[in-house]
Design a binder for this molecule. Structure first.
Ligand code: ZN
Length: 247
């Protein structure tokens, strides 16, 4: 069975080669014969790009032809190329679940024979080798980011650094806002974490200082997580508790 095809096992027709072939080519295998199949979403996520109307015989105009690009919960992307004309079942902004049919294998774009061109991209949208993930979950980078965050908070606030948030860590946290501790070392840790969660830090980025953009980010995080949206991170208003996953 396959995580990417509905009815058949994977038959790899071209492997990943960094810089030359930034994905992996797959067809269905039916007793050794190559077959087409419905394509499935690799993991839960949101469609960030999709195209279904490419129906030209010109193979040079668009390398992917019709495609679907999904961003997953850990920030990684998967990309499905050469999908058959007019069979893409999802559009930009749609939420998809693992195993959901997203289209039908095809031969659109720069393709010579129907197949799926499958790519995995990290949270910076850089193409990486998809081979380890064809039938496995994507790495849990949000967990890694969280651990780094907890350690960063602990070290900058003077708590014991063990990467495990608890009440001791919470008791050491400080109030952070535009008027209080705006340049404290923990601000950089917070900015890095907000960025990994997908918040837009604005033009100054991770600069270790709370300005208007960072206040906006704090407010959106608070709103998204059921805290009072006041732009101030304190233990009392539960924002620290939420960030450290203690509630
Ligand atoms: Zn390919």
């Amino acid at each position: 069975m396959s995580r990417l095809l509905k009815n058949y096992a994977n038959k790899i027709t071209q492997i990943y080669k960094s810089g030359k072939h930034n994905g992996i080519d797959i067809v269905g295998s039916n007793n050794g014969k190559s077959v087409c199949d419905y394509l499935l979403a690799h993991s839960d996520g949101v469609v960030v790009d999709a195209r279904s109307n490419y129906n030209k015989t010109d193979k040079t105009g668009n390398s992917y032809g019709n495609y679907v690009k999904i961003q997953h919960n850990n920030g990684y992307y998967t990309m499905y190329g050469h999908i058959k004309y007019n069979t893409v079942k999802v559009k930009k902004g749609d939420k998809v679940t693992k195993g959901q049919v997203i289209g039908y294998m095809g031969n659109t774009g720069h393709s010579f024979g129907a197949h799926l061109h499958f790519e995995v991209r990290n949270n910076k949208d850089e193409k990486i080798d998809p081979t380890p993930y064809i039938d496995n979950d994507l790495p849990s980078t949000t967990d890694d980011a969280y651990k780094t965050f907890v350690k960063g908070v602990q070290s900058t606030c003077g708590a014991k650094v063990d990467g495990i948030a608890g009440l001791e860590t919470l008791s050491k946290t400080i109030t952070v806002s535009k008027s209080k501790n705006r340049r404290h070392a923990v601000v950089k840790v917070l900015q890095t974490y907000f960025k990994s969660l997908g918040y837009d830090l604005g033009s100054y980025g991770v600069d270790g200082c709370i300005g208007n953009d960072m206040v906006k980010v704090i407010k959106s995080y608070q709103k998204d997580n059921g805290c009072i949206s006041d732009g101030v991170i304190t233990a009392r208003n539960k924002t620290w508790k939420k960030l450290l996953k203690l509630i």
